[in-house]
Design a protein around this ligand. Structure first.
Ligand code: SAM
Length: 425
C-alpha cells in the first residue's frame, strides 16, 4: 500500500505530516511522490492566508480526475481548511473520503486501519532513523484573540501535552538519531498554563535539557505578552537551548497593534527584546510582520519599517494582510489596496535582505559550529545554533554530527564554508 502526502503551512503541519508518515510506515505502508500510484492521498492544508487556501483548493481540484481513474484510492483532507462543520466542504468535494481536523493524525491512522486493516509489518518503523532535527508539538491550539487570525477558530483553544509524554517522545527520537528538537506551539510560551500544577515552558525546557545525547533545543512560536523572565532565564542558563527566538511583532505602530488585539505596545516589545538581548548575548531573533492591516496608513507602515531597521532582526517573515472568514477583522472593510500592500511587503523584504546580508557578512572568515542535517544537491547542509543555514562540501559522512566550518561565502539567506573538523571536546 502506498501513500502520498502533500503539506503546506506552518511547522505544526510539517510535524503532523511527519507523524502521519511515520504512523503509516509502521503499518507497513510506503511513501510515494506520485499521487497517481497512491492508495491514500493526504492533503495537509493551511488557510492562514488566502494564498495558502487557494493552493489547497487548487490541489484538491486537481485530484478529482485521479479519483475518477482510481475510485479505490482514498483522498483525505486534514489541517486548517477543515473547520467544525464540514457540510459545505463535503458538498463541494464529494470525491473526498474524509475531512479531518488539524493535527488529527490518530484519526487518519484509524481511517487507514478501518479501510485497509492493520497492515503487515506493524512496528517495523519504530526503530527506523529519524531526521537529525525533529519537531515536537507540545501544545495544540491557541488562546489569543488576534483579530486577523484564523488559527484559533480552526485549531481550538490551547491544550498542552503532559511533560512526561513530551520527554518520552524526545527520548525516543534521540534514540533513533535525532540531535535537535524544536518544541512547537502556536503560542508556545503559554505551554502548561492549562495543566495541573501549571508547569511552564521554562520547566519543560529544563526537563528536556536532561535528555542524554540531545544537543540542541529550540522552541517556537513565542508571544511577546507571554514570554516570561523565567523563559528568558532558561534560554540564558541552559547550554543546549539555542540562542534563538521567534517573536512576532506584527506591527511597529501602537494603533495597529491595538486593532490587531496583540496585547502589547511597541515600547513593551522593544523592552522585551532588549531584555532578551541583554540576558542572552548574541541571541538571534526572528519576527513576523503583517503589512496593510485595516487602517494602516503610510505613517503606521513607516513605524513598522523603522522598527525593523532599528532592531535589525535576523529573520523577518512578512505577509500582506489577508482577510480570513470568521475573524473579527474580516467584518471590516479591507481598506489598503492590494498593490499598496504588495509595495509595503516588497519594501520590508528589500530592507531585510540588506540587514540579513550585513549580519551574515560579519561571519565571513570566522568559524561556526554546524549541526549537519543532510546532503542537499551534493553539499552537506546544516544550521548554526542561531539557525543560520550553512553548506559545505566534503567526502566524509557528516549527517548527525557537529562540524566546525570556516565561512568562506555569505549571502542573505545562507552561507558556505570549508569544514575544519569536529568541535573541540
Ligand atoms: N501563532 C503564531 C503567531 O504568533 O502568530 C504563528 C501563526 S501564523 C501561522 C504565522 C504568521 O502568519 C503570523 O505570525 C502572522 O504574521 C501571519 N498571519 C496570520 N494571519 C494572517 C492574516 N490574516 N493575513 C496575513 N498574515 C497573517
Amino acid at each position: 500500500m502506498k501513500y502520498h502526502l502533500w503539506t503546506i503551512g506552518c511547522q505544526m503541519n510539517q510535524a503532523d505530516s511527519w507523524r502521519t508518515g511515520e504512523g503509516l510506515d509502521t503499518l507497513g505502508w510506503q511513501a510515494t511522490s506520485n499521487p497517481e500510484e497512491a492508495d491514500l492521498v493526504l492533503l495537509n492544508t493551511c488557510v492562514v492566508r488566502q494564498s495558502a487556501e487557494d493552493k489547497a483548493y487548487g490541489r484538491l481540484g486537481s485530484l478529482r480526475p485521479l479519483k475518477r481513474q482510481n475510485p479505490q484510492a482514498a483522498i483525505v483532507v486534514m489541517g486548517c481548511l477543515v473547520g467544525k462543520d464540514t457540510t459545505a466542504l463535503e458538498q463541494t468535494f464529494p470525491f473526498v473520503d474524509a475531512f479531518l481536523r488539524p493535527s488529527d493524525v490518530e484519526g487518519l491512522l484509524e481511517f487507514a486501519v478501518e479501510r485497509w486493516g492493520a497492515g503487515s509489518s506493524s512496528g517495523a518503523a519504530a526503530s527506523q532513523p529519524v531526521p537529525v532535527c525533529c519537531y515536537v508539538p507540545v501544545m495544540e491550539g491557541c488562546d489569543k484573540h488576534c483579530t486577523y487570525c484564523i488559527v484559533r477558530l480552526r485549531r481550538g483553544h490551547g491544550r498542552s501535552r503532559l511533560v512526561e509524554t513530551i520527554v518520552e517522545e524526545v527520548r525516543s527520537l534521540v534514540e533513533r538519531g535525532a540531535r535537535e528538537v524544536t518544541l512547537l506551539g502556536q503560542n508556545v510560551d503559554a505551554y502548561g498554563h492549562d495543566l495541573p500544577g501549571r508547569p511552564d515552558l521554562a520547566d519543560l525546557l529544563r526537563v528536556v535539557h536532561d535528555v542524554d545525547d540531545l544537543w540542541r533545543i529550540r522552541f517556537l512560536t513565542s508571544h511577546p505578552s507571554d514570554m516570561s523572565e523565567r523563559i528568558i532565564d532558561a534560554v540564558a542558563e541552559l547550554d543546549r537551548v539555542c540562542e534563538y527566538v521567534e517573536l512576532p511583532v506584527q506591527s511597529g505602530h501602537d494603533l495597529t497593534l491595538k486593532r490587531m488585539a496583540r496585547g502589547y505596545t511597541v515600547g513593551e516589545y522593544r523592552r522585551l527584546l532588549s531584555r532578551i538581548r541583554e540576558r542572552v548575548p548574541g541571541a538571534s531573533v526572528a519576527t513576523d510582520v503583517i503589512v496593510g492591516f485595516l487602517g494602516e496608513t503610510e505613517e503606521h507602515f513607516q513605524a513598522t519599517y523603522d522598527l525593523l531597521a532599528e532592531e535589525r532582526f535576523d529573520v523577518v517573515h512578512v505577509a500582506a494582510y489577508s482577510p480570513r472568514p470568521g475573524t473579527p477583522a474580516a467584518q471590516l472593510h479591507d481598506d489598503v489596496p492590494s498593490l499598496e500592500k504588495e509595495r509595503r511587503r516588497r519594501l520590508v523584504e528589500e530592507l531585510q535582505e540588506q540587514i540579513a546580508s550585513e549580519i551574515n557578512n560579519r561571519l565571513l572568515g570566522s568559524t561556526v559550529e554546524v549541526l549537519v542535517e543532510e546532503k542537499h544537491k551534493g553539499k552537506w547542509k546544516g544550521r548554526t545554533r542561531s539557525n543560520e543555514l550553512v553548506f559545505f562540501e566534503d567526502g566524509s559522512e557528516w549527517r548527525g554530527k557537529l562540524a566546525q566550518v570556516d565561512v568562506t561565502w555569505a549571502g542573505p539567506w545562507s552561507m558556505q564554508g570549508e569544514v575544519r573538523g569536529f568541535p573541540p571536546g
